[in-house]
Ligand binder design. Structure first.
Ligand SMILES: Cc1cc2nc3c(=O)[nH]c(=O)nc-3n(C[C@H](O)[C@H](O)[C@H](O)COP(=O)(O)OP(=O)(O)OC[C@H]3O[C@@H](n4cnc5c(N)ncnc54)[C@H](O)[C@@H]3O)c2cc1C
Length: 435
């Protein structure tokens, strides 16, 4: 397992309010099962749930605790789509397959909704995508294309309507997705763990896979104190997988991203943000935010490819970014107070799509959901469960993407330069639209 990041903190805002049960059992003996799943994030937990629903035997091995990876610390935004833009998917696989991909992403979205609904956990509907430059025709074209090609309806908002709810001159028109929602990321992971417990599926925590090998037709996985022998071994390690994953580790890059949460801000915050919608600006290297706990702001964005910045450093920078959009909230030094700041890792393949499929006979990958895993990791889990149960081969849609090399030591340079280019492009478009 990759060593935990130095500053990666467990004290996220989510953890501060979670009702986390005491640590689960650590694997300290030999276990035999049909399927062993490595990683208790959304991909691994949903896969285990799908197998349990089909009455198939499985265990989950988690290096740390359920949801301590990206899945329990993400922004809480859930809507259809993939980390890769729709247009790029169309260019690569053609329109018909792109529609199938979109429908899969919708199915994953529905899987999240169903679990939250069944547990009566809160979901707040509505995600707003404001433009940071004047772009009425572009947005209307996107809206029509989504309705005509993908049969997915979005709402269009004029600049006045946007500024009526978001008190900033940074935004112009917006598209609003009334079906997308936001929710408590960690709560979903803990609900899934509870479902698995009731179904009798063991989830071993603090049990890191250190090595694996094949014996006959079975796989054997080793942890510090135990081992698992299984017919199917599935890697759901997200961005946290280390060298123990061998060739899979060479097919993705861990990308760090950041979130801050302010202290309660009372009336001034409500005057700036007069909506319960989540907001995700349309920039390619943009920010997303939402009101939580009534009057705190959760604000996310920024990425680094070479490792993690100290949360205090990034908190300062993000607070200044936030003050750039809502200067009314800032103190005289141009900053907004921050109570929680944390980072998390996303696994990204070069093609920006998930890596789902067999690595060898009985050895599967279900990973690399990038920054759009809230809906796509669940459907990834379902596709692998269907394959293991010989129900479908829907996973083979991902053959179009495969497991390309991550670029080795040059990979992070490429990511950083693409990201900076996207930021410059965003700034240029915003600048141009002022004239
Ligand atoms: C800060 C942040 C904000 C985000 N915001 C959003 C958002 O708002 N909406 C959205 O759709 N997506 C968002 N994402 C992306 C989303 O969180 C991820 O795509 C998704 O959670 C990935 O799920 P996963 O199960 O693949 O990986 P993870 O949740 O990272 O789980 C992988 C698990 O594998 C375990 N593991 C690794 N190696 C080993 C080993 N050797 N042995 C045992 N266990 C191991 C890890 O400990 C970890 O628990 C965000 C991500 C981050 C980091």
């Amino acid at each position: 397992m990759a060593s935990p990041l130095a500053f990666e903190t467990d004290s996220t805002w989510y953890e501060s309010r979670a009702d986390r049960p005491p640590s689960g059992e650590t694997l300290n003996r030999e276990v035999e099962t049909e399927t062993c799943i490595v990683g208790a994030g959304l991909a691994g937990l949903y896969l285990a749930r799908e197998l349990a629903e089909r009455k198939r035997e499985a265990v989950v091995i988690e290096a740390r605790r359920v949801g301590l990876g990206a899945s329990g610390r993400h922004g809480g935004f859930c809507g259809p789509g993939w980390a890769c833009e729709g247009e790029k998917i169309e260019n690569r696989v053609g329109l018909e397959k792109a529609k199938t991909f979109f429908n899969l992403s919708l199915e994953g979205f529905q899987m999240v909704r169903e679990v939250l609904e069944s547990a009566k956990a809160p979901m707040t509907p509505g995600i707003l995508h404001p433009s940071t430059y004047n772009n009425p025709h572009g947005l209307q074209k996107d809206l029509e294309r989504m309705a005509q090609v993908y049969r997915y309806e979005l709402d269009y908002m004029e600049t006045d309507a946007v500024r009526n709810v978001l008190d900033t001159e940074k935004y112009y028109q917006a598209l609003r997705d009334p079906r997308a929602f936001h929710f408590d990321a960690l709560e979903l992971c803990l609900i899934l763990a509870e479902i698995l417990k009731s179904a009798g599926v063991p989830v071993y925590e603090n049990s890191s896979m250190t090595a694996f090998h094949k014996t006959g037709t079975d796989w054997v996985l080793k942890t510090g104190q135990g081992s698992v022998r299984c017919r199917n071994l599935v890697f759901c390690c997200g961005g946290y997988g280390g060298k123990e994953f061998r060739k899979l580790r060479r097919a993705f890059l861990p990308i760090t991203t950041y979130i801050i949460v302010t202290p309660p801000m009372g009336e001034p915050l409500k005057q700036c943000i007069g909506t319960s919608d989540g907001v995700s600006d349309e920039r390619r290297a943009g920010n997303y935010y939402r009101i939580v706990d009534g009057d705190r702001l959760l604000w996310g964005g920024d990425i680094t490819a070479f490792g993690e910045l100290h949360p205090q450093h990034i908190a300062r920078k993000m607070s200044q970014d936030l003050a750039g959009v809502y200067p009314q909230l800032a103190d005289h030094q141009g900053e907004i107070p921050v109570e929680y700041s944390w980072s998390g890792l996303m696994g990204y393949a070069r093609h920006l799509m998930p890596e789902i499929g067999p690595l060898d006979e009985g050895l599967w990958a279900c990973t690399s959901f990038g920054g759009h895993g809230a809906n796509t990791a669940p459907i990834g889990g379902r596709l692998v469960a269907e394959a293991i149960c010989s129900e479908s081969e829907r996973w083979n849609l991902f053959n179009a993407y495969g497991f390309p090399w991550n670029g080795g030591p040059l990979g992070p340079y490429a990511v950083e330069s693409v990201y900076r280019k996207m930021q410059l492009g965003d700034q240029w478009r915003a600048f141009r639209s002022r004239f």
